[in-house]
Design a protein. Structure first.
Length: 321
């Protein structure tokens, strides 16, 4: 069996990737020493300890591997984590590309995000790769910077690396609760359904993993958008609350109201007692639409969508609310 190394293997995408790739490959999980690896071990995934920001660690783990899937990242919009989020993204992206100069690797996958394509004020569906110039959001900035690094190296050296841009992933095995799943949880926990104007694209993490497994076989260095279902926040709140048997009554809140609450928490010190769920960058994006379509992946028969209701039910089963 060919060998595949997965970074970020204890995360939502990384863990599900290990399970999917295990069907055809000898899978190795590249993890930090303080990571919780119990679920990986329970599924007979081999563990290699190291740090993606340290090239010698990454290089040693990659020796003899046919495929490298780099899914490690700090998934946080927290301003306090801005520096470490960006530093991790830059160093790990540089190290990932450097591996292809030093080792003979059949194929690499670099996991980015549709966030590098930006948002729309209207319900326009983005089908093409038009990268934004910059972002103030710590997570989006890290993804954008690392995307450019990998894309430039692919262009320069013709590396056999595909960039994958998934939308907001939810679904099975989200043990630590990602921000995407946390949003679903908040829709359930509130006494009534609270929503803002705008829309989002949700994709099943299992669909992303199956697509990545197929992209590994492609001898190209294309970039693929992997998106699921475009849905208004209003409709999403209603659907989530129906599935979880909550009161089907919703109330729209404005951007100005969230700015008022944000400043109230900030200047009264309430944020030290109860963290405000959104940062100022997220509030600024209220009312925008994150709509995408996986045109190329679908055309090449690399991607299929699970029905949205099934995806939401899988996501909700992760939650203890």
């Amino acid at each position: 069996m060919k060998k595949a190394l997965v970074t970020g293997a204890t995360g939502h995408l990384g863990f599900n990737l290990c399970l999917e790739l295990k069907k055809k490959y000898n899978v190795f999980a590249f993890c930090r020493k303080n990571s919780n690896i119990k679920r990986l071990q329970k599924n007979n995934i081999k563990i290699i300890y190291g740090d993606v920001t340290k090239f010698e660690d990454f290089y040693s783990a990659s020796i003899g591997k046919n495929y490298i899937i780099h899914a490690a990242a700090i998934y946080s919009h927290d301003e306090k984590l801005r520096d470490i989020t960006l530093d991790t993204a830059i160093k790990s992206a540089e190290n990932f590309c450097k591996l292809f100069l030093k080792l003979k690797i059949d194929k690499g996958i670099y996991i980015s995000s549709v966030s590098v394509l930006g948002l729309n004020y209207y319900e326009n569906i983005k089908k093409n790769l038009k990268i934004i110039n910059s972002s103030n959001d710590p997570y989006v900035n890290s993804k954008l910077t690392s995307y450019k690094i990998v894309k430039d190296e692919i262009k320069k050296y013709k590396f056999p690396i595909s960039l994958v841009l998934p939308s907001s992933m939810i679904g099975l095995n989200d043990f630590r609760i990602t921000p995407s799943t946390s949003n679903i949880k908040n829709m359930i926990k509130t006494p009534i359904g609270i929503y803002v104007n705008g829309g989002i694209n949700l994709v099943n993490v299992t669909d992303v993993c199956k697509s990545i497994a197929l992209i590994l076989k492609k001898k190209n260095n294309k970039t693929y958008i992997l998106s699921g279902h475009n849905i208004k926040i209003k409709d999403l709140v209603k659907k989530v609350r129906q599935i979880s048997n909550r009161i089907d009554f919703s109330l729209m809140l404005s951007k100005s109201f969230f700015i008022f609450l944000y400043n109230l928490f900030k200047y009264t010190g309430l944020n030290f007692l109860v963290p405000f769920p959104l940062n100022i960058n997220q509030i600024k994006n209220i009312g925008k639409f994150s709509y995408f379509d996986s045109v190329d992946a679908k055309r090449e028969k690399l991607f299929k969508n699970t029905p949205l209701e099934k995806t939401l039910r899988q996501c909700i089963r992760n939650l203890d609310y």
